[in-house]
Design a protein around this ligand. Structure first.
Ligand SMILES: NC(=O)c1ccc[n+]([C@@H]2O[C@H](COP(=O)([O-])OP(=O)(O)OC[C@H]3O[C@@H](n4cnc5c(N)ncnc54)[C@H](OP(=O)(O)O)[C@@H]3O)[C@@H](O)[C@H]2O)c1
Length: 302
């Protein structure tokens, strides 16, 4: 498996939820990833209320050499519904938007307490997998939620946050799940290396609602601490991605791309090799010490 095979393009930033994107920008972003040898894409029905799936359908209709993963149980305009019939209907609607008869995989999307028993949902997913509509079934977890109620070995894959600001679950997939997808290597932009305490997101970017004030200031201080342990010439985004790309417990890294230029650093990382071991140790140690932030800031993390 090449390093490009380990990268999954996350399509949430293309959906409009991070601000409007033109069809030409979307087309160029997806084509640039494909031309760089990246074949795997992650999406969901509710990214842009179906828009991200439709965009993938538009760009890759008829292209057999792509692997698409979507989610179910969180339906545009409706909300969460993990009942077996809703799951099946959601997958059917996704296939229509994606213009495909079958896809690589489907994740339950952020189930929490609204799923008292996972058995009915998993049984239906197993039937959908058995008929060939999807090749793999899994769970995309809500950060920090305890999934010990999910039966072992029934779901193929687990998707969860794992990045320099939040490594608590980077080793957490096996043996319950066979394959681990680490998502949001740049912590949804917090590790872009460009943010300062005075950064302001446009109103149509979902981050305007929560990445501000004390939280933003505390996260910027954490990123400054990360910068202080990086060797000259290694940027925060590159370090963030390379740590995950070479992590032994991580099978795939889902990198959010919202514009063609977001792919430049990512493509460069494919030939940059792993970070030096001493840098990895320093980064993990910083994370484990909560970036030496004062105790009153501990709730302001990512
Ligand atoms: N519960 C779930 O199932 C769930 C939750 C979250 C994410 N996901 C999936 O995981 C994917 C990854 O998460 P994410 O989209 O938050 O990804 P991410 O890689 O953590 O962050 C992407 C953001 O980082 C910035 N960025 C991207 N490339 C950059 C670069 N080269 N240099 C500097 N900044 C860069 C962009 O924001 P700027 O606008 O700041 O440039 C971009 O929108 C999603 O797209 C989605 O597919 C799933």
């Amino acid at each position: 498996m090449s390093l490009a095979d380990k990268i999954v393009i996350g399509t949430w930033p293309l959906s409009g939820d991070f601000g409007a994107r033109s069809l030409s920008e979307i087309e160029k972003s997806l084509a640039k990833a494909f031309d760089a040898g990246i074949r795997t894409f992650d999406t969901a029905p509710n990214y842009g209320l179906g828009f991200a799936e439709s965009a993938l359908g538009m760009v890759f209709a008829g292209e057999s050499d792509v692997r698409i993963f979507t989610k179910c149980g969180n339906v545009p305009f409706v909300g969460k519904d993990f009942s077996p019939d809703a799951i099946e209907a959601s997958i059917g609607q996704s296939l229509k938007r994606l213009k495909r008869d079958s896809i690589e995989g489907v994740f339950l999307h952020n189930p929490r307490d609204e799923v008292p028993d996972f058995e009915p949902a998993i049984e239906r997913l197993e039937a959908i997998k058995a008929d060939g509509t999807v090749r793999m079934i899994g769970l995309s977890g809500a950060k920090g939620y305890d999934y010990s109620r999910v039966p072992d070995g029934r779901l193929d894959m687990f998707q969860q946050d794992a990045n320099l600001l939040y490594l608590k679950e980077a080793n957490g997939a096996r043996p319950k799940f066979k394959t681990f997808f680490a998502r949001s290597p740049l912590a949804t932009g917090m590790l872009s290396g460009r943010l300062s305490e005075s950064s302001v997101f446009p109103p149509d970017d979902h981050r305007s609602g929560w990445l501000k004030g004390e939280r933003l200031a505390s996260l910027v201080a954490r990123v400054e601490a990360i910068k202080s342990v990086l060797p000259a010439g290694v940027s925060v985004p590159s370090a963030a991605r390379r740590l995950l790309l070479h992590h032994p417990a991580i099978d795939y890294v889902i990198c959010g791309v919202g514009r063609p230029d977001h792919l430049d650093g990512l493509i460069e990382d494919l030939s940059s090799g792993p970070l030096p071991e001493s840098v990895v140790e320093a980064l993990v140690s910083l994370h484990d010490r909560d970036f030496d932030r004062p105790e009153e800031e501990s709730g302001l993390g990512y």
